[in-house]
Design a protein around this ligand. Structure first.
Ligand SMILES: *[C@@H]1O[C@H](CO)[C@@H](O)[C@H](O)[C@H]1NC(C)=O
Ligand SMILES: *[C@@H]1O[C@H](CO)[C@@H](O)[C@H](O)[C@H]1NC(C)=O
Ligand SMILES: *[C@@H]1O[C@H](CO)[C@@H](O)[C@H](O)[C@H]1NC(C)=O
Length: 391
């Protein structure tokens, strides 16, 4: 090798080493900030110190939570930060056993105004069994806390997270842009009240894929102001299904548009795909929705639009929903219904549903054709239709 080429080789190796070094991420291990793995020592302040260090880092930062159980009280991770942050969790975060510790704060783990945050792995255990028991017994209980919430956040990935036994919703995406939720699992018992799996509202560009949601309330609930939501490979049940709503509680409400749910399975859930609105005056709307390639297994209401929602008939002066539902397609939905009436379109008398399309639906009840019912709805149907279309 000539002196010249060995110089060049040396230079190339040195610059590669330099590039490797400068692209090395800053790593902030919560143990170095005093977090304890015993599940009993309060690690809230160590986690906040690790967050402050990562958030102030100009190099892309990683917060590392190793194996073990970490006790966290209600905690807020606030941005914006100087760079992107990856939170890599091998351990389990546990809430205090006394549900009053979180019960009045509304949230347990809250990320607020953060950008470019990736949460990888981890388990959350909010240990809410006593909280549900309190609510089911009619004693006076605190309003409860959501397990993990992202508020006013952009460019977020949540991957491989497991959440069990939340007080209220497991995962909440609120007023966010560009969020990917993948390979998450939620577990709470069938009868645990208001434990939605994933709740989305006021957010644009959310994707949820490859997730197993077993819980006491909606597997996915979609609130006002949700736009460009894509959901695929979801396994739902037990739970109340994938639900748009309840919408239209207020007169002025941002509507819901451009939603897709595909290639998903519902097992023993109370609903499959549901749109639910209050029977109250409102200017809200639902438009451009596609439900395609779904399997229903023993689902009580596989396909349902309910615009007459008004428990105890309280607060519904006109008994009519102002929410306009249009452009909803149901395509290739097959399986078994746990009730005779597998398709229910109960639309608003003041704002009838329009552009409702059914294509290739095959839902049986006890090995026979199921039935369908239509109120105030317009649309079309094609392909194989069991039950017979009432459109
Ligand atoms: C997020 O990260 C990407 C590249 O990793 C960068 O281009 C973008 O500016 C970042 N966004 C914010 C809001 O920091
Ligand atoms: C609808 O949402 C999808 C994501 O599901 C997005 O790719 C598409 O651009 C959106 N369409 C419109 C018109 O915004
Ligand atoms: C009440 O319902 C009727 C239809 O039954 C409708 O024409 C009217 O606009 C509704 N009023 C309000 C305030 O929504």
């Amino acid at each position: 090798m000539s002196a010249r080429s060995s110089n060049i080789t040396f230079f190339v190796i040195m610059s590669m080493a330099f590039m490797l070094m400068s692209s090395t991420k800053a790593v902030f291990n919560v143990l170095n900030y005093g977090a304890k793995t015993d599940g009993a020592t309060d690690s809230t302040s160590p986690f906040l110190k690790a967050w402050a260090a990562a958030c102030g880092s100009t190099a892309a930062a990683t917060i590392y939570v190793p194996k073990g159980r970490f006790l966290l009280k209600a905690v807020v991770f606030r941005g914006p930060c100087k760079s992107s942050i990856t939170v890599k969790v091998d351990g389990t975060l546990v809430a205090p056993l006394d549900y009053w510790a979180l019960g009045n704060s509304g949230y347990w783990i809250l990320f607020i105004q953060v950008n470019n945050v990736t949460l990888l792995g981890g388990s959350l255990d909010a240990r809410a069994a006593k909280f549900w028991a309190c609510r089911n017994s009619g004693q006076s209980c605190p309003p409860g806390a959501r397990s993990i919430t992202f508020n006013w956040a952009n460019d977020i990935t949540i991957s491989g997270l497991t959440s069990i036994n939340s007080q209220l919703s497991h995962i909440v995406i609120n007023s966010c842009n560009n969020v990917l939720v993948k390979n998450v699992k939620t577990y709470a018992p069938d009868q645990s009240p208001n434990t939605d799996g994933i709740h989305i509202q006021g957010s644009t560009g959310v994707t949820i894929s490859g997730s197993t949601l077993q819980t006491g309330d909606d597997c996915i609930s979609i609130g006002p102001g949700t736009k460009n939501l894509f959901m695929t490979n979801i396994k739902c049940g037990p739970g109340h299904g994938v639900s748009i709503g309840s919408l239209g509680w207020t007169m002025t409400e941002v509507g819901v548009q451009n939603l897709t749910l595909t290639n998903s399975v519902f097992i023993g859930s109370d609903n499959g795909v549901r749109i639910k609105t209050w029977a109250r005056p409102s200017n809200s709307f639902v438009k451009n929705v596609l439900f395609a390639n779904l399997i229903m297994s023993n689902v009580k209401n596989p396909i349902i639009i309910d615009q007459d929602y008004c428990p105890n008939n309280a607060g519904c002066p006109n008994q009519s929903s102002g929410v306009k539902i249009s452009g909803v397609t149901y395509k290739n939905i097959q399986g078994t219904s746990a009730t005779q009436n597998a398709v229910i379109f109960e639309c608003s008398k003041s704002k009838p549903c329009s552009g409702i399309r059914l294509q290739d639906i095959k839902l049986t009840y006890m090995n026979k054709a199921s039935s369908s019912s239509c109120t105030n709805v317009g649309g079309s149907s094609s392909g194989v239709l069991i039950p017979r279309s009432c459109l």
